[in-house]
Design a protein around this ligand. Structure first.
Ligand code: MUC
Length: 99
């Protein structure tokens, strides 16, 4: 069964990182992220306004699959990651047959 997770990623790159290494890292991160988005396992990614952070939704089969996706992020060593498992809300009109 698919499980949904809200994941917040806060990025902190070293200020003295070599610009070419930084560009390469960010290009690899983008390609990796877009591959998972196309797979359907990373259906939402939003920028947190005014911060080098994103709020994403993952749709995965297990904790282990989410862990592998996050662990494989090229930016993983430079991120703080907060994972929140999501459950259906009883007031969600999309889940309420009376609506
Ligand atoms: O910019 C970010 O929020 C970090 C990271 C997550 C996906 C991606 O392409 O970059």
């Amino acid at each position: 069964m698919t499980q949904l997770y809200a994941v917040r990623m806060d990025v902190a790159l070293p200020p003295d990182m070599d610009p070419a290494a930084r560009d390469d890292l960010l290009a690899r991160e983008k390609a990796y992220s877009q591959r998972w988005q196309r797979s359907g396992h990373w259906p939402h990614i939003w920028r947190c306004v005014g911060q080098y952070a994103n709020l994403s939704v993952f749709a995965v089969d297990s904790n282990e699959q989410l862990h592998q996706i996050l662990w494989g992020l090229p930016l993983f060593p430079y991120m703080g990651i907060t994972v929140t498992p999501l459950a259906a809300h009883p007031s969600d009109i999309a889940q309420d047959p009376a609506q």
